[in-house]
Structures are given as C-alpha cells and as structure tokens.
Design a protein around this ligand. Structure first.
Ligand SMILES: Nc1ncnc2c1ncn2[C@@H]1O[C@H](COP(=O)(O)OP(=O)(O)OP(=O)(O)O)[C@@H](O)[C@H]1O
Ligand SMILES: [Mg+2]
Length: 269
C-alpha cells in the first residue's frame, strides 16, 4: 500500500502541528485508522518536541489509544505516516520501535511479579545488553547510578528486596515506569498512567513523569485533567476520531468545542 505520495507530503508539511516545531522528534502525519467502514481515526497529525510533555485527551472512544497504537506499531495506519527522528517508521513492529527509542509503558508490562524490585531493574538493564545471560549474571550485575537514583527518588529503595507481586499497586506502577526509564527511551508513551491509582499515589507518579520529561519526550493519554493541567505543555483533543483542538491546557479548556464534546460524553454515561 502506498502510504504517502510527494504531494501529500508537501501538503502535510504545511499542517500547523508539523509546521510549529522546527525539528520534531516524532511527527505523525495525517494518520487514519479504519476498521472496515468505521473510521477510528481520521487524518490526525501530531508533532512532538524532543523534550517535554504532550497530552492527548478526549471522550471515551475518541481515538486516543488508536493514535498510540498507530504510532507505536500495534496497528498499521490505513493512511498517513509516522516519522521518528526523521526516519519513516510507519508499520514498524513495536519491538523494533522500542530498540529505536520509542517505549510504550503500561502496555508491554516490564515487570516480572516473582522477581524482586532490584532484579526487575536488572532485567530491564540486561535487556539493553545483547548476549548477556540474565539468569547467570543477575546477582552480580550492579544496578548502576541511574537505577539507584530512581530507586531513591521513588521511595522504592526500601523495598528493593521485595517481590514485585508483593508491592501495592501504586508502587508497582512506579517500578514499571522506572524499569522503562532505564531503557533510556527517546519517546515515552503512557496510555492512562494514572488509571487505577489511589489518590495518594498520583503525586509521586506525576513527579516521576515530570522528571522523565527532562530527558525524553513524553506523550500521555490521561483522563485525570488535573494531572494533564499540571504536566502537559501542549494538549491535543480528539473527539470521534478527529482532531478537535490543540494548544495549552488553558487554551483547550476554554475552547467551546472541547466543552461540548465533554458535555456530550457525560450525557451518554
Ligand atoms: N480493533 C478494533 N476494531 C474495531 N473497532 C475498534 C478497534 N479498536 C478500537 N476500535 C474503536 O475505535 C474507536 C476509538 O477507540 P480508542 O480505543 O482509540 O478510543 P479511546 O479514545 O482510547 O477511548 P478510551 O478513553 O475509552 O480509552 C472506538 O469506537 C473503538 O470501539
Ligand atoms: Mg484508550
């Protein structure tokens, strides 16, 4: 299937989402995903700077996860393309994208429940090193500075010998995020990182994501709008598979179309 002709590429270059960033780390251009006759996503574009946090919000069924799936290789776009660091990665498998620096967390669980916290981090580190047999070297492999720092920052250091399965849910989420960060992704994609978290766990996960964004690009789908307001420099709003609004949180929150889309959702619930 021909995804993009030259004319289409020129037209897309003029798209505001693409034109606004001098050299985006990621640009999804005119991404369309159809299931039969149903358009789950229609001509959606997204450009992400190399650092900072972008949020994708919208009512249930808006196409947020579909956009993530199309970018991270879980679904092949029917139309459009995805460029990562200038390379056309459209249709690449998730594992190849991960090796290229695109990590999607909370989807492929990085956590092994029967391993301890620190062995989980060793596992994450070991995956980076080709040919290293984890089972043989696990106990002798030093965690290294980054892992030690993240353990302390997240408060997981005191539970380093505990089995991951024995951690409360919020701690497990933090561990998953830490394990993903150890892979040093260039782009971290988080689909609803706060889902299922107790209220008291939200500030810690929020803070970890904020710090991660000093080192990589983060794009997150999140229904908790307080978290979006706190974290996101730019927000994309989708509704019914289409781009509805884009701007700062303040800008999109003031957009009457956005308000209408959310009101429409609440009357359906
Ligand atoms: N594999 C599929 N086959 C058919 N339809 C699908 C498939 N995956 C998603 N859809 C439909 O595409 C639309 C967008 O789904 P998507 O999961 O992207 O929404 P979302 O914005 O992530 O919603 P939520 O906030 O509920 O997670 C929905 O109507 C959904 O039912
Ligand atoms: Mg979703």
């Amino acid at each position: 299937m021909s995804l993009t002709g030259a004319n289409e590429t020129e037209a897309m270059a003029a798209h505001p989402a693409i034109a606004g960033l001098a050299s985006p780390l990621l640009s999804a251009e005119g991404v369309t995903v159809r299931y039969g006759d149903f358009h789950a996503l229609s001509e959606v574009s997204l450009a992400l700077a190399p650092l900072g946090i972008h949020a994708v919000i919208g009512p249930n069924g808006a196409g947020k996860s579909t956009l993530f799936n199309a970018i991270s290789g879980y679904v092949r776009p029917t139309k459009g393309r995805v460029l990562f660091d200038g390379t056309n990665v459209t249709g690449w498998r998730p594992d190849r994208l991960a090796r290229f620096g695109l990590a999607r967390s909370f989807q492929i669980s990085a956590i092994f429940p029967d391993l301890s916290v620190e062995d989980n981090l060793r596992m994450a580190l070991t995956r980076e090193v080709r040919g290293l047999s984890l089972l043989r070297r696990r106990n002798s492999l030093a965690l290294g500075e980054d892992a030690e720092r993240l353990l302390v920052e997240t408060g997981l250091a005191s539970r380093r010998k505990d089995r991951a399965a024995d951690l409360p849910y919020g701690r497990r989420r933090l561990l998953e995020l830490v394990a993903t960060l150890l892979l040093k992704p260039r782009l971290l994609m988080l689909d609803e990182p706060m889902a299922g978290l107790a209220r008291e766990d939200i500030p810690e996960v929020t803070a970890l994501i904020a710090r991660a964004a000093d080192h990589c690009a983060v794009v997150l789908v999140e229904h908790n709008l307080q978290v979006v307001e706190r974290l996101a420099g730019e927000v994309t709003v989708l509704a019914a598979g289409k781009l509805l609004s884009r701007g700062s949180y303040r800008q999109v929150a003031a957009d009457p179309r956005v308000r209408e889309a959310y009101i429409g959702e609440s009357t359906h619930d």
